[in-house]
Ligand binder design. Sequence first.
Ligand SMILES: Cc1cc2nc3c(=O)[nH]c(=O)nc-3n(C[C@H](O)[C@H](O)[C@H](O)COP(=O)(O)OP(=O)(O)OC[C@H]3O[C@@H](n4cnc5c(N)ncnc54)[C@H](O)[C@@H]3O)c2cc1C
Length: 557
Amino acid sequence: MAFRNNYANMVTERPQSHTRLIRDYDGSNPDFDFIIIGSGIGGGILADDLADRVGHDKRILVLETGSFLYPTHVYNISRIPNFSVANHFGADCFRPYPLPGHFIGGTPQMGFGGRSIFWSGLIPQAQDWEIDYFPQSVRDDFSASYFSLAGERMNESISLGSKAEELVQRFRSSSLNDDFVIEQTPRALHQPYLYPDGTPRDAFFDEPTGVFNTAELLINQVGLTPGAPQEGNGLFIKLNSFVEGVFDVPFGWHEVRTTNTLDGGQRSFYAPQVIVAAGSVESPKLINRSSAYQNFAEPVRQKVGFGLTDHPVSGESQAYVSSLGGGPAIPLTRHDHAKIIFYSRGLTDASGHIDLPFNVEMNINHEYWHLRNNDPSSLPAVDNFAKTRIDLKYSFANCLDDENGILSRWDDGYTPEIRFRRFSDLDHLLQNRFPKVAGWQKSPQDFFNLLNATRDRIFGLFNGLETLTGDYGGGFGQQWPFGWGTVHHACGTLRMPWKAARSESSFSDDSVVDENLQVRNAPGLYVCDMSVMPISTAANPVRSLAALSLRLSEHLA
Ligand SMILES: Cc1cc2nc3c(=O)[nH]c(=O)nc-3n(C[C@H](O)[C@H](O)[C@H](O)COP(=O)(O)OP(=O)(O)OC[C@H]3O[C@@H](n4cnc5c(N)ncnc54)[C@H](O)[C@@H]3O)c2cc1C
């Protein structure tokens, strides 16, 4: 069936800013060395790095179905909270799968730069107990260099200033340090006006620093050169080009068939190396429509589109405080702000179960870091001018959940219908999800006790504590830990070799891609987006994806 735009989250238009800032590839030569499908974090970082490495003598094409909506991250231009923008391009096209207890909230945005236009820019690093779920060669490469290279590429900033660092040092001197690696939460900035330790580089400190995004990265890479020759080497971009599928052609090349989303025109491009980076929802559908799918063994076929997994993140516990104790009091006012992550060390009990399969994310005066991070001159939106507010939440790791998956809608064959189990179903988490990632199985009350006790260990270090939220629990005045969940960080739909649970000693190789992200039985066809992840880590996933993109770039070059 021919493509028609049923996506509520994909705008089809060609604004003037598009033609002013980048030239769509309109050369007559359809042949390239590399074709990358999708311009999000996975495709964008890969394309940028490949262009640096081999752009002088190779032809690289990025095909993106979305339009040129924003030249940069939405915070950097509109300064409106991203949930408003995300809701605007909302999830109307996703239908809940017709099973009780399943729901999908949130949606990947299909535009130039993909989700990187809307994301929060937090790049915590997955810890050893989580990267245990990646195959050995990937794990080794992450630790040896790619995690830090990913941080460098995204202009990692690791401090919000000296007060924030003082707080981290104080937490580290407490018993929390036994269970957690405590750091300021690293953030990805596009315009690196700060040194990594948080000190300003120069007078530009008063300017917005900006959130890293791949639209801007790619615009910078191609340069403002609308007249650039189209037949030579280098990086080329073609927007409004929906890829229908990737098909085998003679001599090991691939045909990439596209439909122009503006006028319906069809055009094919060819390359020996094609990288699918259409995101965890669209990539499996694309593979499904491609030759590779026909060549899969049945167990591999069954993985395509299944295992869609996000990490459960709890609701916030909040309190007002006056200072941090545990030593000479560190006073806290409305003008102080910090974003601190408590990474679980993954310590195990006598049975080998992971005590704390989660990170704790804490904000001090939350609203400061979020928008004022990008625009320090904007006024803080405070709920109480006299008091400092702290909040914390838990983000759990989650092994791939094969009960979740993506189907193409029956009436058009394109629009995704997503089956995704609600995280608010605590019994499922306690009986199925947490045992897989941690080994233990807890009753709801024991689980509430774990959350409340961990919260109390952190809150207990503050002076002048006035709690604003109830205990986690199911009773009156208490807080149910998890909401319905989203696919914001979802992964796993075209997985690499993986372990279904912590108890498994070996990796299953019925995976869709191998350790080098090459699609099984499809030489020259790769996947480079969230769908290859073998686990949804407690740490937000972009640093791991950026690391995989840089690793793949080196492999391909
Ligand atoms: C609001 C929000 C906040 C977030 N905050 C964080 C955070 O702080 N830290 C973190 O680590 N993660 C965060 N995430 C998650 C993170 O942004 C995503 O997991 C990541 O950006 C996904 O990158 P991707 O390359 O896999 O896919 P995408 O960004 O979805 O890119 C895929 C691209 O492919 C294009 N495409 C799709 N189908 C086709 C086709 N058939 N033909 C051509 N092109 C196609 C799409 O238009 C899109 O541009 C957040 C996500 C959201 C939505």
